[in-house]
Design a protein around this ligand. Structure first.
Ligand code: S3P
Length: 174
């Protein structure tokens, strides 16, 4: 599994550190960095919360699938941080497997709770009990994230440390 010519696609739950570790990894590997949440916002001209509120979650998921495919089709290998729900789409899973290497940033509930400071682009966490919502998402999504090519436990360390560990793991798997 040679990652050098492939996009590295970070998947995992909100708060796992996909965006912060992804930026660091892109800078370590001197690659472009994409964040599919930001790309979806640019493409809709709306914030994620507004997309959910005005058009509903299914419309956001369709947009997300398109954005994921668009960045995967860029020729230059990049690092892509996906939104927490992106990898739930079978279509995106296939596209990611075709054009990239998927890396699951696996974090425990306590760590996710600690790391989630803002819910601005996370309408799913804006209502109800955050811990309960995350717990339910862990049960539902972790078996799916587990399909990713590479798994990294990200309970410890800064974004830079995580990025170095991801690079090491990718080197080892190559
Ligand atoms: C979502 C995660 C968010 C964002 C949207 C939905 C999810 O991205 O895409 O609020 O379903 O888990 P982050 O994982 O970057 O917070």
């Amino acid at each position: 599994m040679d990652y050098k010519n492939k996009h590295i696609v970070l998947v995992g739950l909100m708060g796992a550190g996909k965006t912060s570790a992804g930026r660091q990894l892109a800078s370590l590997l001197k690659r472009p960095f994409y964040d599919t949440d930001l790309e979806a916002e640019y493409s809709a001209g709306l914030r994620i919360s507004d997309i959910f509120e005005i058009y509903g979650e299914p419309t956001f998921r369709e947009l997300e699938e398109k954005v994921v495919l668009r960045v995967l089709k860029e020729n230059e290998p990049s690092v892509i941080a996906t939104g927490g729900g992106a990898y739930m789409s079978e279509k995106s899973q296939k596209n990611i497997a075709k054009h990239g290497i998927s890396v699951w940033l696996n974090a425990s509930l306590d760590i996710l709770m600690d790391r989630i400071v803002t819910t601005a682009h996370r309408p799913i966490l804006q209502q109800g009990d955050r811990r309960e919502t995350l717990k339910a998402l862990i049960e539902k999504r972790y078996p799916i994230y587990a399909r990713a090519d590479v798994h990294i436990n990200v309970d410890k360390g800064s974004a830079t440390t995580m990025a170095r560990r991801i690079r090491k793991k990718l080197e080892e798997a190559s």
